[in-house]
Design a protein around this ligand. Sequence first.
Ligand code: KIV
Length: 284
Amino acid sequence: MTERKKVTIQTLNEMKEKGEPISMLTCYDYPMALLEEKAGMDIILVGDSLGMTVYGMDSTLPVTMDMMVNHAKAVRKGAPTAFLVGDMPYMSYQVSKEEAIRNAGRLMAEAECDAVKLEGGKEMAETIEAMVKATIPVMGHIGLTPQSIAQMGGFKAQGRSAEGALKLVEDAKALEQAGASLLLVEAVPPPVLSEITKALSIPVISLGAGEDAAGQLLIVHDILGFFDRFVPKFVKKYADMNSAIYDGLKSYVDEVKSGKYPEEKYTYGMKPEEVEKFKELLKA
Ligand code: KIV
């Protein structure tokens, strides 16, 4: 297998120009990163969704910078050539531009991310401009933005009214103008995504917003059937890992209880004379 060249922002721009769809998936740990890299994932997002998928939280709000940096470091180890995006957790970029730069800088320097992602429309434009000036590539995120669930009244599709849709197009333009390199659009109707894609020159990635984008993102725990507490409408399940893992765990428990495990082949050998000598030594 030939080694893949590092995926860069130039690679992603070229893919968009050629009409070659960009694959993007979340990832939170080293073993999954190895597999995503092997599968040829173009962009890997270490999302703050890890609060819910990995830590069992009810929302992404309690996720901290330290959690994000640690998980992103592990993912980078397993996925050296994918374009790695580190998610900025709640209140790591909203308080001031200085804090946003410092926190994003941690994801870039400590975890070797290629870009950071933050949620919000026009109101984040100045912050993005400051981050880009500080050499940090940014992916914007509009539409359903999980860090605003309190304001949105839950995990709800956005841009379903004409006014709401227009605001999203304006937000998208403002983020591109501020210097964002990529834009994620989550859970909006396809006609809204199409207008955003048409209006921008940077690659737009769709998460449950239809096909008219440079690429697609889904959550790894959703597509592999790891997380079934809450499954959005746009999720396509590509594997049923919960069942496969449960079957393995249950068989292990059953075999330990019944004494079937460990059979001799799972133990280390010892020459009979060494066993005899060992017994003699014990008597002495
Ligand atoms: O944290 C995450 O995985 C995300 C996706 C929902 C886009 O931000």
